[in-house]
Design a protein around this ligand. Structure first.
Ligand code: X2X
Length: 344
C-alpha cells in the first residue's frame, strides 16, 4: 500500500511537471533492443537490419536504440529456434527468413513450395497482396508483431562436383540444407543426399568438403568467395526464394508509445523497400551481371532450359502436393491465383 501511495504521488508530481507531454515515457524504454539476423552486413539481409535500426534511431532521436546480433548469436546460431526466442523475449526484434520460422509457423512453408514462384513479380504478388496480409495475421496470432517484408532471394544450387542440369546430376550428392523439413524432402525427391544443418555449421562443412554443395542466394556465394572452398558449379534454377520479415516481440511493441510504434513500422517498410532493391541488384537487369561476375571467377554457371527446368518441377511435384496440405490448401490456392494474375 505504501509503495502504491508512493507511486501515485510520483505520478502526480510527474504529471504536474508535464512529463507526459514529452514525446515518450523514456523511463520504460530499454537502453538497447536486441535485433537478431542470420547474415551480417554486407549482405542484403544484414543491410535490411542496419537500415532499419539506423532509421529508427534517427527518427526517434535515439529513444529506440537497436543493436544487431548477426549469426543468430542470441540463440547460439540455432536459426530454427529464432521464432520461439522472439516470442519468449530472448530476442526483441528480428529480420528473419520465412524458412527459419517455418517449423513454428507452418504457413511460411508456402514460399518453399518448389517452383511456385517463377519470377520476381510472383514473389511481389504474394508478399504485397492478400496472401501477405493473411500471413501477417497468422504471425500476429502466433505472438509477434509483423511490420514489413524484405528479401533474401532466389536460392541457387552450388557444388564442387559437376554441372547440375538434371536430377540425375544431383544423384548421391551431399547437399547441405536448412533445418526445415521441406528442404530434405525436396532434395531427397531430386535424388540428392541432403543433410540438415545451421548456416553456422554449413560454412566449415563446405570448407572441409564434408558436404558437396549448398543452396543460397548468389550474393552469399560472392560475399563468401565460395569458389575458394571448391564450389565450382552454380545452377540457376529459381526453385524457391525466401522473403524476409521485419518483426518485434509483442511486449516490447506494447511498451512503446503509439507515435514510436508508427515510426518503427514506417522505418521497417522503408528499409524493406530499399533492401529488396539491394537484394535484386545484378539479378534483374537484362544481362544479369551477378552471374557474369561469378563466371569470371572460373565458376561454371548453368542456366536451365525450360525443358531441363521441367524435369526438376516434375520430380518435386509430390513434395509440393504433400506440403500444400501443411501450408493450407486454401492459402496455396490463393497464392497460385495471385501468381497467375500477376503483372509481369
Ligand atoms: O541458412 C541459410 O541457408 C540461410 C542463411 O539462407 C537462412 O538463414 C535461411
Amino acid at each position: 500500500m505504501k509503495l502504491r501511495r508512493h507511486l501515485l504521488s510520483l505520478l502526480a508530481a510527474a504529471t504536474a511537471f508535464g512529463a507526459f507531454s514529452a514525446p515518450a515515457a523514456a523511463a520504460d524504454y530499454k537502453a538497447e533492443y536486441r535485433l537478431s539476423i542470420v547474415l551480417a552486413p554486407p549482405t542484403p539481409w544484414g543491410q535490411a537490419a542496419k537500415i532499419w535500426s539506423d532509421l529508427v534511431k534517427e527518427r526517434t532521436q535515439g529513444r529506440i536504440n537497436i543493436k544487431l546480433y548477426p549469426g543468430v548469436s542470441l540463440i547460439q546460431g540455432d536459426q530454427t529456434r529464432e521464432f520461439s526466442a522472439l516470442r519468449q523475449g530472448v530476442i526483441d526484434m528480428a529480420v528473419g527468413s520465412t524458412i527459419n520460422w517455418s517449423p513454428q509457423v507452418k504457413e511460411l512453408n508456402l514460399f518453399s513450395l518448389p517452383f511456385l514462384m517463377p519470377d520476381y513479380a510472383a514473389i511481389d504478388a504474394l508478399t504485397q497482396g492478400s496472401v501477405g496480409k493473411k500471413i501477417f495475421q497468422t504471425l500476429d496470432k502466433s505472438g509477434v508483431v509483423p511490420l514489413a517484408w524484405g528479401e533474401n532471394g532466389y536460392r541457387e544450387v552450388t557444388n564442387s562436383k559437376r554441372a547440375i542440369k538434371s536430377p540425375a546430376d544431383l544423384k548421391g550428392m551431399k547437399i547441405r540444407v536448412v533445418g526445415s523439413p521441406i528442404y530434405s524432402d525436396m532434395f531427397s525427391a531430386m535424388g540428392a543426399n541432403p543433410t540438415q544443418m545451421s548456416w553456422a555449421d554449413a560454412q566449415p562443412a563446405l570448407s572441409s568438403g564434408a558436404v558437396d554443395g549448398q543452396e543460397n542466394p548468389l550474393f552469399l556465394f560472392t560475399v563468401l568467395k565460395m569458389q575458394n572452398v571448391g564450389q565450382k558449379f552454380v545452377t540457376s534454377w529459381g526453385y524457391v526464394a525466401d522473403p524476409l520479415i521485419f518483426v518485434v516481440n509483442k511486449d516490447i511493441w506494447a511498451s512503446w508509445t503509439p507515435a514510436d510504434q508508427a515510426i518503427v513500422r514506417q522505418a521497417a517498410i522503408d528499409a524493406g523497400k530499399q533492401e529488396i532493391a539491394i537484394a535484386r541488384k545484378g539479378l534483374t537487369e537484362a544481362d544479369k551481371p551477378a552471374f557474369k561476375d561469378i563466371a569470371a571467377m572460373g565458376v561454371t554457371v548453368t542456366h536451365l532450359t525450360p525443358a531441363e527446368r521441367d524435369a526438376f518441377v516434375k520430380v518435386t511435384r509430390p513434395v509440393y502436393d504433400k506440403w500444400k496440405n501443411t501450408v493450407g490448401v486454401a492459402l496455396v490456392k490463393e497464392a497460385e491465383d495471385a501468381i497467375a494474375a500477376r503483372k509481369k
